[in-house]
Write a protein that binds this ligand. Structure first.
Ligand code: ZN
Length: 676
C-alpha cells in the first residue's frame, strides 16, 4: 500500500526556513505541461554511502528502469505502440516543429510519459489529443517506416488503422480502471490484465482456485494476465519465459550484479529469492521473498522491485510493476523508531472494538528513507510513503515494513512555497500560521502513523476473506490507515514521546485534512465527474462523514466569507472524537468483511461531488496557476572507473530534463515487443 500526496502539499507546507537558503542553487522545477509540474528530487547524503553501497544503488537502479515497458503494456495493450509512434514522430519529424499541431503532440507525448500510457495516472481518463488526425497521419507517412513500431508483417496503413482510433476516438477505452457501480468492471476497464473474459468469468476462475480454509493463501492472480484460449480460461504468467520475459530477463541480470555487492547475507537472500520468483512465477516463492524482505532490517540500502500494488485492477488482484531504490535516513529514522517501539500501546488504546484488535502487534518496522531511483508505477508520479507487503497473513504473522519518503516531500515543499494556496483557501491568519509552524512536522508524522501503524493495525475475523470488500476494499483500507493517523496525531502521547512540541500542532493536520477532503482535492476532478481514485475517495469519505455527523454540534462548518467558501473547525476535540468513531466503524467493516456496509459508506460519502463547491474551487484554484499533479525526473548515476578498470566511484548528477530522460529510457531500457 502506498500513501500518495494530497493536494494540500502543493501549496501548504514550508520546510524549515534555513533549508530554503541552502537549497537555492538546486533547481526543483524541470518542466510544466497540461495539469502537471515535473520536479527533481535530491539524493541527500549519497556521498556518505560506501562504494559498495553506491554500486548496489546503481545496479538496483538499472533494475528499476528495466521494468518501465511492462507497466506501459499493463496499462493498455496499445500503449507501447502509441508511445513509440509518438517518439518516432517527435524525433524524426521534418516539418515545422513550432507549429501548433506539433506542440500539441509534444504535450500529449509528455502526458503519455507521465501516465505510463494513454490514460491519466490519477483520474484514469483517456487523454484528449490537441492535434488533428490528419496532422499525425501526414507526419507518420513522412518518416521512414523502419522507425515505426510496426507489428510483424504489419503495413503502415494497417498500423494506422489499429492505433489511430485508440488515440482519437473518445468512446474507445475511455477509462483505464473503471470503478463505477453495477457495470462489468473487467470489460469496461482499458487495462491489459484480462482479455476476452467477463468479470463473472474471472471471479469464478479465482474462486475455484483459492481454498477458503487456507490460513496462508498466496496472492492469487497477482502476476498474470487472464485470457480465454480455445474456450478455456487461463493465466499467462509474467515471468522469465512467460509474458514480459525480455524485460524480466534484464531485471534479473541487474539483480544478479546487485546480489554480488549486497550489504550482508540477509539482503543477498532477499535478492536471490526475488530472482527465483521472477524465474518461476511461483507465488509461494513471492511470499517467501516478502518475508525475507521485511525481515531485512540491518541493510541501509533497500528496494522494492516487482508486481506490487493492485490499485489499477478493478478487482484488486493484478499488480502493476514498480520499483523504488532507497537508503535509510539514519537521523530522521529515530522518529519512526519511537513510533514502532510503541506500536502495541497504540493498538491497545485505539477506539476500535477489542475483538478486531491485534493481541500482539508484530514487527512493525518503520524508517525514513531517501529515494535514489523511481521506476514503473512509482515514476514519474510517486508516493510519499509505502507499507509492504500487502498480504494479510504475512502482515499478521511477520509484520510489515513501512517507509516515509522524506526527500520527495522536501521537493514538493520547496517547489510550492509561496504559491498563495493557503492564503486563498485557509479561513484565518491563525490557521495559516499554524500551518507554517507545524504543517511539515505533522504531515510527516501523519504519514508515519498511516504507514507504520494504520495499515498494520487490526485483524480480520477468522474466515473473512481479505478480498471480501472487492472494489471498495482500497478506499476502506486507506480510510482505516488515515483515521488511525488522524486519531493519534491529536493524542497527548505524541507530546509525551517528544514527537510533537505541544497540543496545538495537531490542529493544522485536522484543518488541512478537512479542507482538502471537502474542497481543495476537487481541483483534481474535471467538472461533472465523480471521484474514482481510492485515496481521494477515502479522503472525501472521512471529511464528509465527520462534517455530516458533527452538523448538529457545528463541529465543522462550511462558511461563506466575501462570497468564498471556507472550512471552519469550531471544536477540535469533538472532531477527534468523530474521527475515533469512524475509525471504529471502518475497522468493523474491514474485520468482518461487511461488503454492504462498505458499499453504503463509499457510495454515500466518497464518490459524488458537490457541484457548487467544485465549480467555486476550480475557479479560485485556476487563478493561482498551480499544477495540481506533480511528477519527477530521476537523477543520473554514472560509474567512475579507476585506471585499472575497476569501479572507483558512482557519480550522481541532476541535469537531465524530462524529455531527454524519457527518450533515453525508451532507447536504453526498452526491449519488449510493441504488442504482448
Ligand atoms: Zn495507505
Amino acid at each position: 500500500m502506498k500513501k500518495l500526496t494530497s493536494i494540500i502539499m502543493t501549496g501548504l507546507l514550508l520546510a524549515a526556513c534555513g533549508q530554503q537558503q541552502k537549497e537555492a542553487d538546486f533547481q526543483y522545477e524541470v518542466d510544466r505541461f497540461a495539469d502537471v509540474q515535473i520536479l527533481r528530487y535530491k539524493v541527500n547524503n549519497f556521498d556518505q554511502l560506501s562504494l559498495n553501497q553506491k554500486m548496489l544503488v546503481y545496479y538496483l537502479s538499472q533494475a528499476a528502469l528495466e521494468g518501465r515497458d511492462i507497466l506501459f503494456d499493463q496499462n493498455h495493450k496499445n500503449n507501447l505502440s502509441i508511445r513509440r509512434l509518438l517518439e518516432a514522430v517527435y524525433v524524426n519529424y521534418t516539418g515545422d516543429k513550432t507549429a501548433a499541431d506539433f506542440e500539441a503532440m509534444t504535450t500529449y507525448l509528455k502526458q503519455v510519459w507521465m501516465g505510463n500510457g494513454i490514460h491519466h495516472h490519477y483520474s484514469e481518463d483517456k487523454f484528449k489529443p490537441g492535434f488533428s488526425e490528419d496532422f499525425l497521419r501526414t507526419a507518420v507517412q513522412g518518416i521512414d517506416s523502419t522507425q515505426l513500431p510496426l507489428a510483424t508483417g504489419e503495413s503502415v496503413d494497417s498500423f494506422i488503422a489499429r492505433v489511430f482510433p485508440v488515440i482519437f476516438d473518445p468512446a474507445l477505452y475511455p477509462k483505464r480502471t473503471n470503478q463505477e457501480n453495477d457495470v462489468d468492471l473487467v470489460l469496461s476497464s482499458a487495462n491489459n490484465f484480462y482479455e476476452g473474459v467477463s468479470q463473472a468469468e474471472v471471479e469464478a476462475f479465482y474462486q475455484g482456485m483459492a481454498n477458503p480454509n487456507d490460513p496462508r493463501p498466496v496472492p492469487y492472480g497477482l502476476n498474470s494476465k487472464v485470457v480465454k484460449r480455445d474456450g478455456k480460461i487461463q493465466e499467462i504468467k509474467w515471468k522469465v519465459g512467460g509474458m514480459y520475459s525480455e524485460a524480466i530477463i534484464r531485471i534479473v541480470g541487474w539483480l544478479h550484479k546487485a546480489a554480488e555487492v549486497a550489504e550482508n547475507e540477509s539482503q543477498k537472500k532477499v535478492i536471490s529469492t526475488l530472482i527465483d520468483y521472477y524465474e518461476t512465477g511461483n507465488l509461494e516463492t513471492y511470499d517467501k521473498y516478502s518475508i525475507f524482505w521485511l525481515q531485512d532490517l540491518n541493510s541501509q540500502v533497500d528496494f522494492v522491485n516487482g508486481f506490487t500494488e493492485t490499485y489499477t485492477d478493478p478487482l484488486g488482484m493484478k499488480a502493476t510493476w514498480e520499483s523504488i531504490v532507497n537508503f535509510k535516513d539514519v537521523e530522521a529514522t529515530k522518529r519512526t523508531t519511537i513510533i514502532s517501539d510503541n506500536a502495541q500501546w497504540f493498538e491497545d488504546n485505539s477506539p476500535t472494538d477489542k475483538q478486531y484488535k491485534k493481541e500482539e502487534v508484530r514487527g512493525v518496522t518503520a524508517k525514513v528513507i531517501t529515494v535514489a531511483m523511481l521506476g514503473g508505477d512509482c515514476y514519474p508520479a510517486t508516493p510519499i510513503g509505502i507499507n509492504l507487503p500487502n498480504s494479510n497473513w504475512i502482515r499478521a504473522e511477520h509484520g510489515s515494513k513501512s517507509v516515509t519518503i522524506e526527500n520527495i516531500t522536501e521537493a514538493y515543499n520547496q517547489a510550492s512555497s509561496g504559491s498563495g494556496f493557503r492564503e486563498e483557501f485557509m479561513v484565518s491568519k491563525e490557521e495559516i500560521e499554524r500551518a507554517v509552524n507545524y504543517g511539515a512536522l505533522t504531515d510527516n508524522l501523519h504519514t508515519d502513523l498511516h504507514e507504520c501503524l494504520g495499515h498494520g493495525s487490526g485483524k480480520l475475523l477468522p474466515g473473512v476473506s481479505p478480498d471480501a470488500l472487492k472494489a471498495y476494499g482500497s478506499p476502506i483500507e486507506e480510510a482505516r490507515a488515515d483515521l488511525f493517523g488522524l486519531y493519534y496525531v491529536a493524542d497527548p502521547k505524541l507530546v509525551e514521546l517528544g514527537l510533537l512540541p505541544d497540543m496545538e500542532a495537531y490542529k493544522t493536520q485536522y484543518y488541512s485534512y478537512l479542507m482538502n477532503g471537502l474542497m481543495t482535492q476537487l481541483t483534481r476532478i474535471q467538472p461533472g465527474k465523480n471521484i474514482e481514485q481510492a485515496h481521494m475517495r477515502n479522503r472525501q469519505l472521512i471529511a464528509s462523514w465527520v462534517y455530516e455527523k458533527g452538523k448538529d454540534d457545528k463541529v465543522v462548518e462550511l462558511k461563506k466569507v466575501n462570497g468564498k467558501t471556507f472550512v471552519v473547525v469550531n471544536d477540535y476535540e469533538k472532531l477527534r472524537g468523530l474521527f475515533g468513531e469512524l475509525l471504529k466503524e471502518i475497522q468493523r467493516i474491514k474485520s468482518t468483511g461487511d461488503f454492504e456496509a462498505a458499499k453504503q459508506m463509499v457510495e454515500t460519502y466518497a464518490v459524488k461531488v458537490n457541484q457548487e463547491i467544485h465549480t467555486e474551487v476550480l475557479d479560485r484554484y485556476a487563478k493561482l496557476n498551480i499544477a495540481p499533479y506533480k511528477g519527477f525526473v530521476n537523477p543520473v548515476y554514472t560509474l567512475v572507473k579507476a585506471e585499472d578498470g575497476s569501479i572507483a566511484d558512482v557519480q550522481v548528477t541532476y541535469d537531465e530534463n524530462y524529455v531527454d530522460q524519457h527518450l533515453r529510457y525508451s532507447r536504453e531500457y526498452s526491449v519488449l515487443p510493441s504488442m504482448n
